[in-house]
Design a protein around this ligand. Structure first.
Ligand code: HEC
Length: 379
C-alpha cells in the first residue's frame, strides 16, 4: 500500500470578502507556497495574494525575437546567397521587403511557443495529476465555497499554527489534503501503448484516404483536369513528327513571315555606312522615341543619356552618349548597337520594333543637341 503524505492544509470560506481577507493575511505572514481556489474569478485576488507579474512574457519575447532573426537569416540567405535576382533595381539584401515575413515569423514563434511553454512548463502537461483533484476541498470550491490552501513544503509551514491561523480568519471548514506515492509516480495516460497505437491507426487511415482521393480517385474518368490535356512538354518525345519532336526547324533558306533577318550581323562598319534612318524627327516620332528610350534605355543610360544609371551598381554603368564618338556616329551605327548590343550591353532587338528603334535614335539625337546647343538654336 502506498503511504499518505501531507500535501497541504486547506480552509473553506463562505464569502468572497472573507477569502480576500484570508489571502491578504496569509501573504502578509510571509507564506509563499499557497494558492486560492474560487468558483469564479474574484476581483482583486492577484493583489491580495501579492502575485508578481508572470514570467511567460519573457518566453514570448525571446521566441518572438528568435522568429524575427530566423526570418532575416532565411530571407537574407535566399535573396542574397542562394538565388539572387535583381527585382526592380533593389539591393539583394532588401530589409524593408523582409518586413512582412519577419512580422509573421515573430508572431508565429512567439504565439505557438508561448502556448506550448504554458502547457508543458507551467501546467506540466501531459501530466495532469494534482493532489487536490477528487478531494472534498475541490468539490466545494468548484461549487459555492472559497478555498485557500498552504502547502506543507512552505518553509513557514507548521500544522498547528496554520490551523490556528485559519480558525482565526473564520474558516468554515479546515481540511488536510494528502497525496500518495502513486500520485507522484503517476505516468500520464497519453503514453499508453494502446493510445499511441490508436493514434498511429488514425494517422494511417487519414493520410491513405486523403492520398487516394487527391491523387487517384480525382484523376479517374469522368473527372478531367487541365494537366491531363494533350500538349507538348520540353524534353519529351511526341507522336506529332517522325523524329519524335513537336516542332520542326525552319526550312533552310526561308524566313518566317513578318520577320526580317538583320543583314549586318557582326559588321558594325557596314551598318554605319549602309543603314539610313527612314524616320523624320516629327513631334509624333520623337514622342514615341522618348517613351521607348525612357522605358528600355534610361534605366542604364539615364533619362538624359548622360550615363546616370539607376541600377545602383548592380549593372555596369554605360558611358555617356554625349561623347564626340557617339555624336559623330551615324544613325546606322547606333542602330547596330540596339540590334546586337555591345560588350555587356545586351541586344534590344526584341523589345523594340524597327520603327521604334529609329525613333529612339532620333530622340537620342535630340538629347545630344540639347547638351551641345549652338547660339543659332536660340534664334
Ligand atoms: C542594361 C543596361 C543598358 C541598357 C538598358 C541599355 N544600355 Fe546601352 N550600353 C550599356 C553599357 C554598359 C554600355 C557600354 C558597353 C561597352 O562597354 O562597350 C552601353 C553602350 C551603349 C552605346 C555605345 C556607347 C559607346 O560610347 O560605345 C549605345 C549607342 C547604347 N548603349 C545605346 C543604347 C540604347 C539606344 C538603349 C535602349 C534601346 C540602350 N543602350 C540600353 C548598358 C545599357
Amino acid at each position: 500500500m502506498s503511504e499518505k503524505i501531507l500535501y497541504s492544509y486547506s480552509a473553506l470560506f463562505d464569502t468572497p470578502d472573507k477569502i480576500i481577507h484570508a489571502a491578504k493575511t496569509v501573504a502578509e505572514k510571509g507564506f509563499k507556497k499557497f494558492d486560492v481556489n474560487t468558483p469564479y474569478p474574484v476581483h482583486g485576488m492577484d493583489k491580495a495574494m501579492k502575485l508578481t507579474k508572470s514570467k511567460i512574457g519573457w518566453v514570448t519575447l525571446v521566441f518572438g525575437l528568435t522568429g524575427t532573426l530566423t526570418a532575416v537569416t532565411m530571407m537574407g540567405w535566399m535573396m542574397a546567397v542562394d538565388y539572387p535576382i535583381v527585382i526592380g533595381g533593389k539591393p539583394y539584401f532588401g530589409l524593408p521587403g523582409f518586413g512582412p515575413i519577419m512580422f509573421e515569423l515573430s508572431v508565429l514563434f512567439g504565439a505557438v511557443i508561448t502556448v506550448v511553454a504554458l502547457l508543458m512548463f507551467f501546467l506540466k502537461l501531459p501530466n495532469n495529476s494534482h493532489p487536490v483533484h477528487d478531494t472534498e476541498y475541490m468539490k466545494n470550491v468548484s461549487s459555492d465555497k472559497y478555498g485557500i490552501l498552504i502547502e506543507a513544503t512552505d518553509p513557514k509551514f507548521n500544522k498547528n499554527e496554520v490551523e490556528a491561523l485559519f480558525q482565526e480568519l473564520g474558516a468554515e471548514k479546515i481540511l488536510p489534503i494528502y497525496f500518495d506515492e502513486e500520485e507522484i509516480s503517476f505516468k500520464p495516460k497519453i503514453f499508453d501503448k494502446k493510445f499511441i497505437g490508436f493514434l498511429v491507426i488514425v494517422a494511417a487511415i487519414t493520410s491513405l484516404s486523403v492520398y487516394g482521393t487527391m491523387n487517384k480517385v480525382l484523376y479517374m474518368i469522368p473527372f478531367s483536369w487541365m494537366s491531363e490535356q494533350g500538349k507538348s512538354i520540353p524534353q519529351e518525345t511526341s507522336k506529332v513528327f517522325k523524329n519524335g519532336s513537336d516542332m520542326l526547324p525552319p526550312v533552310k533558306g526561308t524566313v518566317a513571315r513578318g520577320y526580317l533577318p538583320y543583314r549586318f550581323k557582326g559588321q558594325p562598319d557596314k551598318a554605319a555606312e549602309l543603314l539610313v534612318n527612314p524616320l523624320l524627327p516629327t513631334e509624333e516620332n520623337l514622342a514615341l522615341g522618348k517613351t521607348k528610350f525612357n522605358i528600355y534605355c534610361s534605366p542604364c543610360h539615364g533619362y538624359l543619356a548622360d550615363g546616370k544609371s539607376r541600377l545602383n551598381g548592380n549593372f555596369p554603368a554605360p558611358p555617356t552618349l554625349h561623347s564626340n564618338k557617339v555624336r559623330n556616329w551615324t544613325d546606322g551605327r547606333i542602330y547596330h548597337v540596339i540590334m546586337e548590343g555591345q560588350n555587356v550591353m545586351p541586344s534590344y532587338a526584341h523589345q523594340l520594333s524597327e520603327k521604334e528603334r529609329w525613333a529612339v535614335i532620333n530622340y537620342i539625337r535630340v538629347l545630344q543637341r540639347s547638351f551641345n546647343a549652338k547660339e543659332s538654336d536660340l534664334l
